[in-house]
Write a protein of this length. Structure first.
Length: 340
């Protein structure tokens, strides 16, 4: 009898590792395949960067509260974030969509209106894609292509002991925004006459519905002459994404809880929902900020940038990734990911 292994026994990261183990690249211009934010292709004078992301209705978004225009923007932004994580500049995107018959032409127009705004904001061209029918709601797949100078590309596997661990912006807002929207959805389903209680929560709602890839910081790196030693975008939560860097670089890390950048509105939402703000920052995901390392010598070039916070440092203790809590204790950080 043939053995059946449940995907849930591997989880997201285990499944990726299993797939990667069986894949061998064979073309000389394929520089890097599975395992980073984007594949790397040798274009001669530059490297090309290629990445793709999928978003499924009922898994990644709920159209009960997710405006189609914002969804279109977010789909493009997620792809651009992967290019940013390689220190690259995005150039083109393609979009595939699968639609059920409950969507109108006007709904599709609204979705693509958001994509057009994102393309304008990130200075990219939407150059094609595919459309097909779906029996399970809306499915969006975005592929993004970008470029980076060969001496400026940044990978996940090149962090070094004693590097400073940094993050852009703030964390946890997107997750808490989602929890608030989910709560209000349940209230509405129970009583359609109830008005949503979202006043004063604009910031965390926006972090969920319309996140922005941090291309602004990538351009600032270039102006300041900073090249991170490693980098990843925070799509799965700081803990999971830091574990990717550490596992692939063969290093450990210490993160200081007191240095986690958390917006005041995120703190208020966390308190209201009885969720630890640090937990949301570490495990929430979908912030699309940049988590990166720099050598200590680069500190002078980033210390005055208000968009960047140093949250910890890299150690030589391979696989030992810990949170230094406000109480002074150290606890291991674990990856969340999804289980099917």
């Amino acid at each position: 009898m043939e053995t059946r292994t449940e995907i849930s026994s591997l989880g997201e990261f285990g499944l990726i590792q299993r797939i990667n183990k069986e894949i061998r690249t064979q073309l000389p211009d394929t520089v890097r395949g599975i395992g980073d934010d984007a594949a790397v292709i040798d274009l001669g004078e530059e490297f090309g960067l290629l990445t793709s992301d999928m978003m499924l209705e009922g898994i990644h978004f709920d159209l009960t509260f997710f405006p189609l225009k914002h969804l279109g923007y977010k789909a493009i932004s997620a792809g651009i974030a992967d290019i940013a994580a390689m220190n690259g500049v995005p150039r083109q995107v393609t979009v595939n969509i699968a639609l059920s018959n409950r969507f109108s032409v006007e709904a599709v127009d609204e979705l693509y209106a958001g994509m057009k705004v994102a393309c304008k904001d990130f200075k990219v061209d939407l150059v094609g894609g595919d459309t097909t029918s779906s029996r399970s709601g809306l499915i969006i797949s975005v592929s993004a292509f970008g470029k980076v100078k060969k001496d400026k590309i940044v990978y996940r596997n090149t962090a070094k002991p004693n590097d400073l661990l940094c993050v852009t912006g703030d964390l946890g807002g997107a997750y808490l925004g989602l929890q608030l929207l989910e709560r209000e959805k349940q209230v509405f389903l129970a009583n359609p006459n109830m008005q949503p209680e979202l006043e004063g929560k604009d910031y965390v709602i926006q972090r969920q519905l319309r996140p922005e890839a941090r291309m602004d910081v990538i351009y600032e790196f270039d102006e300041a002459g900073v090249i991170p030693t490693s980098m990843i975008d925070v799509s799965d939560g700081l803990a999971s994404d830091l574990l990717h860097i550490c596992a692939q670089s063969g290093v450990g890390a210490i993160v200081f809880e007191e240095h986690l950048p958390i917006d005041e509105q995120t703190y208020l939402a966390a308190s209201e929902l009885n969720i630890g703000a640090a937990t949301a920052a570490l495990n929430g995901g979908e912030d699309y900020e940049l988590l990166f390392t720099v050598s200590q010598s680069a500190y002078e070039k980033i210390k005055n940038n208000p968009k960047i916070v140093v949250v910890g440092y890299i150690t030589d203790q391979k696989g030992q990734v810990e949170l230094h809590s406000k109480g002074g204790t150290r606890v291991p950080l674990t990856a969340q990911g999804w289980n099917a």
